[in-house]
Design a binder for this molecule. Structure first.
Ligand code: AMP
Length: 398
């Protein structure tokens, strides 16, 4: 059996999986691991190998040590990248800028090009580059492939992709809507036409990736025509800790009147806003409990979240003209039945009817949650970005 190694490197973490790219979307990977608190006094490596958990706590000064130690642990269990047949290494890269619209085999030039995009994604791309460099050094004989979160949105119509700001300034600075979570939106949306029994080219659909980060996409015939995230992943829906869309004038106000620095505003909007900024928690399980206990801030946060989600669903129905399916995915979308119900409540006149019993079933693979007579079908489709990256990386490495 051949496997793909999928790496997702953050500023202080590395997530990885070793998995069979031809496996079913619900199959457990051979290995899944998380290296956390890189650069802090004590780091943590938590790996699940064939269902067995291994946890190590020790200083992990950098990504190189994190990956090296992880590979050692895998080797001790007979599943290191040199113990099993690894045909490709897929790297999740957050921002592909205007240059990358499809996965790319990584060479020195591609690394340089990803580095050139850093100004557009200063929080994400540097860590992605670190991960790529470390992994290429450790596994020089295996093809490495970059899979971009923005790729699925690279060909959006200009009317959706361009902002109404000064065209010269926008062009000079690469300012446009790039969109993110593309691998997830693409993976999930590709599973919908078979569920509908329709040819993919005839399907108009809305995908709702609701996790800690959240975004939605309007997709016509397999091509994304609009998405809620923008030049950065801060735009669009209300998220766990990110504000989503706000009046840009708020930033001037916070800077000029409230005296916050640009960095403080960045942290405020990216990490201290969204559901957490409104209620104190960003996990929907905790939020739901607080609402049950009568917490008014939690209730208000939830309503703001749902209101914004409904705004986007409504606007994408008009963008698409007609909609065959609306699909929920990611941590909140797959598990929070109350979010699904409230997001689509009272839309019967638009042909959307949720079946409460179907909606209440536990998360277990792709399934329909609309009634048989609902004109617009509503689905829950678990996302699996690692599998999608593994498939793309393997395909390109052949
Ligand atoms: P993700 O970013 O896709 O991993 O989603 C993580 C988020 O999913 C968490 O912060 C929770 O808000 C949410 N989540 C995960 N499991 C559940 C659950 N069983 N019920 C409600 N929300 C959940």
């Amino acid at each position: 059996m051949t496997y793909a190694l999928v790496l997702n490197s953050g500023s202080s973490s590395i997530k990885f999986q070793l998995l069979d790219p031809s496996a079913d979307a619900n199959a457990e990977p051979l290995v899944s691991g998380l290296v956390e608190q890189i650069g802090e006094p004590v780091g943590v490596i938590a790996i699940k190998i064939r269902g067995e958990k291994v946890t190590v706590e020790e200083p992990i000064p950098n990504h190189s040590v994190g990956l090296e130690r992880s590979f050692e642990i895998l080797h001790e269990h007979g599943v290191g990248p040199h113990d099993v047949d690894v045909s490709a290494v897929g790297h999740r890269v957050v921002h592909g800028g205007k240059v990358f619209s499809a996965p790319e085999i990584i060479n020195d030039q591609v690394v340089e090009m990803i580095r050139d995009i850093i100004p557009l994604a200063p929080l994400h791309n540097p860590a992605n580059v670190d991960g790529i460099e470390v992994a290429r050094e450790m596994l020089p004989d295996i093809p490495h492939v970059a899979v971009f979160d923005t790729g699925f949105f690279a060909d959006m119509p200009p009317a959706a992709a361009l902002y109404a700001i000064n065209a010269e300034v926008a062009l000079e600075n690469g300012i446009r809507r790039y969109g993110f979570h593309g691998t997830s939106h693409e993976f999930v949306s590709q599973q919908v036409p078979p569920l509908l029994g329709k040819d993919p080219k005839d399907v108009h659909q809305i995908t709702l990736h609701l996790g800690n980060g959240a975004s939605c996409a309007a997709i016509r015939g397999g091509q994304a025509v609009d998405t809620s995230m923008g030049m950065t992943p801060l735009a669009g829906l209300v998220m766990g800790t990110r504000s989503g869309d706000i009046d840009p004038g708020i930033i001037f106000h916070l800077y000029r009147t409230a005296g916050l620095s640009i960095d403080e505003i960045d942290v405020l909007l990216n990490r201290k806003s969204g559901v957490k900024g409104l209620s104190g928690v960003n996990d929907f399980r905790a939020l739901h409990e607080m609402i049950e206990d009568g917490d008014t801030d939690a209730w208000s946060a939830y309503n703001i979240y749902i209101h914004q989600l409904r705004r986007y669903i409504g606007s994408y129905m008009i963008v698409l003209g007609h909609v065959d399916a609306i699909t929920f995915t990611a941590g909140v979308g797959e598990n929070a039945k109350f979010v699904r119900e409230d997001a689509l409540a009272g839309l019967e006149m638009y042909g959307i009817r949720i079946d409460k019993e179907r909606n209440a079933l536990p998360n277990d693979g792709a399934r329909e949650i609309s009634t048989d007579d609902s004109k617009v079908k509503v689905f829950v489709v678990p996302t699996n970005e690692e599998l999608a990256i593994a498939q793309k990386a393997t395909e390109l490495s052949k």
